[in-house]
Design a protein around this ligand. Structure first.
Ligand code: UDP
Ligand code: MG
Length: 342
């Protein structure tokens, strides 16, 4: 459990890519929410919004910069070029982690129901480190988006990737979760797969997802597919295993074919050369796939190694009284030493 803070400093991290059409509205709605929560003493009055401009080509940054002058809650971070949603989000989270007790990531387009922010904070105050925003239904999605998204979650769970169903990137994370997240050094970032790996106490809040307030989705089909593929290949070696599995299957079939070929040969129904050709095609095909799968297996291991993910994350440490005493005396000693040096 996180140590419960009565007035946590909350930062809302909002990645923005060409969002000039919605930004003014987003800022005014989020400001109203922060003001209300601060008034009701649910959060500290030092809470803020951090807008990350992900290399926008429109007036997004100008809007952020001008609000920064007039609205005390608005801060901004401008990336040198478009880094993609996940990277933009991470840059904001890492920037915010030093100055916040908890951080909520939310999209700029007002699709996620902002009323959930209050519930997130309440859950945080109850001691949860991670609060996942989960969509109640996908009624506002187009049929296409709905079916591809659901297919995506299904494929992911088949591949053994642990993600929260119908949860995108609307979530609260505590300071210590962000600190652990910073230890994940991987370049192919798929945050909704990483956060459950951290494993501190988590819960879910259900919310309705609306249509985009204005502007277009910045996730066209091509980006969506790339994102899904990235998610699968960053977390799962199942595709490689499939190669091995197919290889073994081919190998099995080649044995059956061998029996069939030999029987045909014995029955004398074959032309000369057919049996040997038939046998080699299946045998070599199977053998090659098994070999590829095996190589893939090692590459999968190398892939995991190069990610250098932390192997475990500590929840709490309970020092024995004697260790505590020892620590006290060493710190006293060092204080004394420091005094002596002065
Ligand atoms: N976004 C970003 N960089 C990108 C693409 C998107 O920062 O390269 C931001 C975008 O401004 C929005 C959020 O990521 O705040 C989610 O994007 P969008 O709403 O277009 O995705 P959808 O909701 O359609 O999946
Ligand atoms: Mg959106």
């Amino acid at each position: 459990m996180n140590s419960i803070i009565s007035n946590p400093v909350l930062t809302l991290v909002i990645p923005c890519y060409n969002e000039e059409e919605v930004l003014t509205e987003t800022i005014s709605r989020l400001t109203a929410i922060l003001e209300e929560l601060a008034e009701r003493q649910l959060i500290s009055k030092h809470s803020k919004m951090l807008f990350v401009d992900d290399g926008s080509r429109d007036k997004t940054w100008n809007i952020i910069a001008s609000y920064n002058q007039t609205n005390p809650y608005v801060s901004g971070l401008k990336l040198a070029k478009n880094a993609g949603h996940q990277n933009a989000l991470l840059s904001g989270l890492m920037e915010a982690k030093e100055t916040s007790d908890c951080v909520i990531s939310v999209d700029a387009d007002l699709q996620d129901d902002l009323n959930a922010i209050q519930e997130f904070v309440i859950k945080f105050k109850e001691g949860y480190d991670i609060v996942y925003g989960v969509r109640k239904s996908r009624a506002t999605d187009t049929f296409f988006k709905r079916s591809t998204a659901q297919g995506f979650y299904r494929v992911m769970s088949k591949m053994g990737v642990n993600i929260v169903y119908n949860h995108a990137d609307y979530r609260l994370m505590s300071k210590r979760v962000l600190q652990e997240l910073s230890n994940f050094k991987e370049v192919n970032l798929f945050l909704r797969g990483l956060v459950p790996l951290i494993g501190y106490r988590s819960t879910e809040v259900y919310y309705d997802r609306h249509e985009r307030f204005a502007g277009e989705s910045k996730y066209p089909l091509k980006k969506m597919l790339a994102f899904a593929f990235d998610g699968i290949t960053s977390f799962s070696v199942t595709p490689i295993r499939l190669v091995s599995a197919v290889g073994f299957a081919m190998f099995g079939i080649s044995l059956l074919i061998a029996v069939y070929t030999i029987i045909s040969k014995l029955l004398g129904t074959t032309v000369w050369g057919w049996s040997s050709l038939m046998l080699s095609i299946w045998f070599i095909g199977g053998l090659q796939l098994v070999a590829l799968g095996l190589i893939g297996e090692y590459i999968g291991k190398i892939y995991k190694e190069v990610k250098q993910r932390p192997k475990y994350i500590v929840e709490t440490i309970l020092d024995s009284q004697s260790t505590l005493d020892a620590k006290k005396t060493t710190s006293k000693n060092s204080e004394r030493k420091a005094l002596a040096i002065q």
